[in-house]
Design a binder for this molecule. Structure first.
Ligand SMILES: Nc1ncnc2c1ncn2[C@@H]1O[C@H](COP(=O)(O)OP(=O)(O)OP(=O)(O)O)[C@@H](O)[C@H]1O
Ligand SMILES: [Mg+2]
Length: 469
């Protein structure tokens, strides 16, 4: 069974320390918070198996916390603690779904005994209901589709480095699968039963990001009514995924550098140093080396992050994965639908293979989703594709009239040329039934030149099994 995770909700600092010490045995993950709202937030982010909550909290009462957390996961076992041990309270707690009720002050053995019984009860509940979360996560790993050379290299990379604790920097254009790779790293590592905490550094306003990452003490700033634990603390024992790291302000870069160097930090407004054991995986679609040159990103932080770098190649450099990705998304998105799209016509597939895919896998996934939402059934035809994929490239279309007019956006010349070249190559390969020597003759180039181009563009040859040639 996975690591057991206990969430303690208690606002008395002395008791917080005592409970943390008592319960942190046998590799259990103990998260201590001081308010009800904070407990609910934590339970939304990390798996919680046993909730141990005080009845009287500074914001909402312990029974409401228990009820809300049971709504998040009905398997959670609740233990309610209170200084006012009346039969009435105990009955109310049991009605709210509590498993045990402890009256303060309590003996250490009573607490330990109660938590052991609760963990045993959790195991039984879990065995009864197969853990949907685990299934979902396994499923996610199987979602990484592709057999092209560049993708095989990414798989090998994940296998090699998943289990070491070094920091990984994932670079790649938008939509290439950086987050998927980060998840694969976590779920294939020894930390897989501990939390994976994502932080999108670009999406959280700068003034909130510091407390989001490191937490804050009660009264640290106006509005900080309760102590809040940050994402680094939540990720203790697991992995923190710092997405869009290139967006981090210079001020926060200094603070992050310290965590990477020392694995410790203070909450905002706090003096106590908190040590964490966290694996850091960062991702960006920016070229951080350029950002360093432009002084937007600190060089020392870049070197700390760039311990194990990996770049996820854009889809246009692994086009041979496109047919497999199309089938995968069709199957995933059609699931449970009556009228299903079952495949893609050779002509439409040729268009997909030629396209530049600036939005990478996400663009492909969104396109398929649109087709499925429109409830088209049968096979994807060229006419079903978005206009940008349907219309012939400007070069091909408009030379006939010897006149090219530009819209205000203009055209991207290298991209248009590349797309036209792709179209000629795909067309020649199809006519030559995938035989590269014949296609090369049609294109008036050497076979080696054609094969070289195909390799660079990520086209698989017939012998590698590309279905449409
Ligand atoms: N190899 C793959 N197989 C199947 N699905 C994939 C693959 N790579 C990416 N995806 C899917 O494509 C979408 C985009 O991937 P992801 O969010 O990981 O990209 P990203 O690089 O983090 O993008 P961004 O920079 O825009 O955040 C997701 O829905 C993801 O599941
Ligand atoms: Mg992403």
């Amino acid at each position: 069974m996975s690591v057991l995770s206990i969430l303690v909700v208690e606002d008395d600092e002395g008791l917080q320390d005592l409970l943390r010490r008592l319960l942190s045995q046998d590799g259990r993950l103990v998260t201590v918070v001081g308010s009800g709202q904070e407990a609910i937030r934590v339970a939304q982010e990390i798996p919680v198996h046993v909730l141990m909550t005080d009845l009287k909290l500074p914001d909402i009462d312990g029974l409401t916390v228990l009820e809300r957390i049971l709504q998040i996961d009905s398997k959670v076992i609740g233990i309610v603690m209170t200084g006012y041990g009346s039969i009435d309270c105990a009955v109310k707690a049991m009605k709210a779904g509590a498993f045990d009720f402890l009256t303060k002050p309590f003996d250490n053995e009573v607490v330990v005994g109660s938590i052991n019984r609760a963990l045993e009860a959790y195991r039984r509940r879990k065995n009864m209901q197969s853990s949907q979360k685990a299934v979902r996560e396994r499923y996610r790993l199987e979602q990484f589709v592709g057999t092209s050379e560049p993708i095989r290299r990414v798989f090998e990379f994940v296998e090699k480095v998943a289990d070491c604790d070094s920091t990984v920097l994932i670079q790649g254009e938008s939509g290439t699968g950086k987050e998927l790779v980060a998840r694969m790293l976590h779920f294939n590592s020894v930390r897989k039963d501990r939390p994976l905490i994502p932080v999108n550094c670009g999406a959280i306003p700068e003034n909130l990001l510091e407390s989001e990452l490191f937490g804050h003490e009660k009264g640290a700033f106006t509005g900080a009514a309760h102590m809040r634990i940050g994402r680094f603390e939540l990720a203790h024992g697991g992995t923190i995924f710092l997405d869009e790291i290139g967006e981090l302000s210079l001020g926060l870069q200094v603070k992050l550098l310290r965590v990477l160097q020392e694995r410790s930090f203070e909450r905002v407004g706090g003096t106590k140093t908190i040590d964490v054991d966290v694996r850091v995986v960062a991702a960006t679609n920016q070229d951080l080396e350029v950002a360093v040159q432009q002084k937007r990103f600190r060089g020392d932080l870049y070197y700390r992050l760039n311990v194990i770098p990996v770049t996820i190649p854009p889809l246009r450099e692994r086009r041979s994965d496109i047919p497999q990705l199309v089938s995968h998304f069709l199957e995933k998105l059609n699931r449970g639908k009556q009228a299903a799209m079952t495949g893609c016509s050779p002509d439409a597939m040729a268009r997909l293979l030629e396209h530049h895919w600036p939005g990478n896998i996400r663009e492909l996934e969104n396109m398929i989703e649109r087709l499925v939402v429109l409830s088209l059934s049968g096979t994807i035809e060229v006419s079903d594709l978005p206009e940008r994929l349907q219309c012939r490239s400007v070069t091909a279309e408009q030379t006939a009239s010897n006149f090219i007019s530009f819209s205000d956006q203009g055209v991207n010349l290298p991209r248009e040329i590349e797309q036209f070249e792709n179209r000629l190559i795909v067309g020649a390969l199809r006519q030559a039934n995938g035989v590269t020597s014949k296609a090369a003759l049609l294109l008036h180039v050497n076979r080696t030149t054609l094969v070289e181009k195909m390799k660079r563009k990520g086209f698989a040859s017939k012998s590698q099994g590309c279905p449409i040639f």
